[in-house]
Design a protein around this ligand. Structure first.
Ligand SMILES: *Cc1c(COP(=O)(O)O)cnc(C)c1O
Length: 360
């Protein structure tokens, strides 16, 4: 067996101890004689799995009692519709456009009400986070929406926007559990877990109870109502059972690592290794404004497409895979989520140094 260093933006690297534990439990989950994949979601064994997952997530994030944790399906993209369908009481919301995912969410919301773009960084290929201290927030806005970490462009809101009292809704897909958060500052946060938590197929939403309403957009399907999921402990229908089980193992792993403060320190150290190298390099350079840099997704270029392609190919050969940038940015992108060991980043940088010398 040989494992590569996987810099994919998602689905992405998972902690090895989690994969090993799942492998060991594959045929016989703790004396049940079956794998978690084969288990009824109504069984006591499975109820214990989902309960522990929720309890551990609540502990890790310090989720207040008046917030629900929902495990759902449909990807983060389904939330682009569920958020306006469930939260637009006045039919108005304000969106901050910091990349493709925010833009898609905004476009989807326009189908259900008046969705205003109150700030955007599209003028400079989303390479920065707009100044959000004094936005033209609509007086009747039901919420202000952000994509907190922009997976494709490599920017992050290091300061949350001033929503002028409106509820903040945040897509945290690619920064979920990468550092501590103050949940009480959000009306709702959500993310697809396949970036920084678990396998594709699970979306986790943390939502303040008073935002879970009966009077949703007319015609909203049962499965697209937060209330349906909240009233049934995320088991109105069959949940993505195996995916939730793996998420639960990742939560335990995060707790063993020391929690989110420790993860933040580790992530800051890992990112600094890569950014410091990029800042000093004569061949490679980062593509975003320094103060808005993401700790999770690090895009970089050489400025020469042929050289970029050569680098990506040689890196893959050397065991550093999925470094090709998103098609809209080009160049390279290294995603260095929680489960990427520091050693992976150090070795990547050593490889980049060698490549730079060879290609002067
Ligand atoms: C990947 C990603 C999405 C889309 O996720 P799906 O689960 O594929 O729908 C949305 N938002 C962000 C920030 C992402 O990184």
């Amino acid at each position: 067996m040989s494992r590569v260093y996987n810099f994919s933006a998602g689905p992405a690297v998972l902690p090895e101890p989690v994969l090993q534990e799942a492998a060991a439990e594959m045929l016989d989950y703790r004396g049940t004689g079956m794998s978690v994949m084969e288990m009824s979601h109504r069984s006591p064994a499975y109820q214990a799995i989902i309960d522990a997952a929720e309890a551990d997530l609540r502990e890790l994030m310090g989720i207040p009692a008046n917030y629900k944790v929902l495990f759902m399906q449909g990807g983060a993209s389904q939330q682009f519709a569920m958020v306006p369908m469930n939260l637009m009481k006045n039919g108005v919301a304000d969106y901050i456009i910091t990349g493709q995912w925010a833009k898609k969410a905004w476009q989807e919301a326009k189908m259900y009400g008046r969705a205003n773009a109150v700030a955007s960084s599209e003028d400079k290929t989303f390479s920065y986070i707009p100044d959000c201290r004094d936005l033209p927030v609509s007086p009747d806005a039901d919420y202000v929406y952000i994509c907190e970490n922009n997976t494709i462009y490599g920017t992050k809101f290091h300061t949350l926007p001033n929503t002028k009292g409106k509820d903040l809704v945040s897509d945290v897909s690619s920064c979920f559990l990468s550092e501590p958060v103050d949940v009480s500052r959000y009306g709702m946060l959500y993310g697809g877990v396949q970036k920084n938590i678990g396998p594709a197929g699970v979306v986790i939403a943390v939502i303040r109870e008073d935002l879970i309403r009966e009077d949703v957009y007319p015609g909203t399907p049962t499965m697209l109502r937060y209330k349906t999921h909240a009233d049934h402990g995320s088991m109105y229908n069959t949940p993505p059972a195996y995916g939730i089980y793996i998420c639960g193992k990742v939560f335990k792993w995060l707790k063993e690592m020391g929690g989110l403060e420790v993860m933040q320190q580790r992530n800051e150290q890992k990112a600094a290794i890569l950014y410091d190298f990029l800042d000093a390099s004569t061949l490679f350079h980062g593509t975003v404004v320094k103060q808005d840099r993401s700790l999770m997704n690090v895009p970089f270029v050489t400025g020469d497409k042929a050289m970029d392609a050569k680098f990506v190919a040689e890196a893959a050969e050397a065991g550093f895979v999925n470094l090709k940038g998103h098609r809209s940015v080009g160049g390279m992108r290294a995603s260095i989520y929680n489960a990427m060991p520091r050693q992976g980043v150090e070795k990547l940088v050593a490889f980049m140094e060698k490549f730079e010398k060879e290609n002067k």
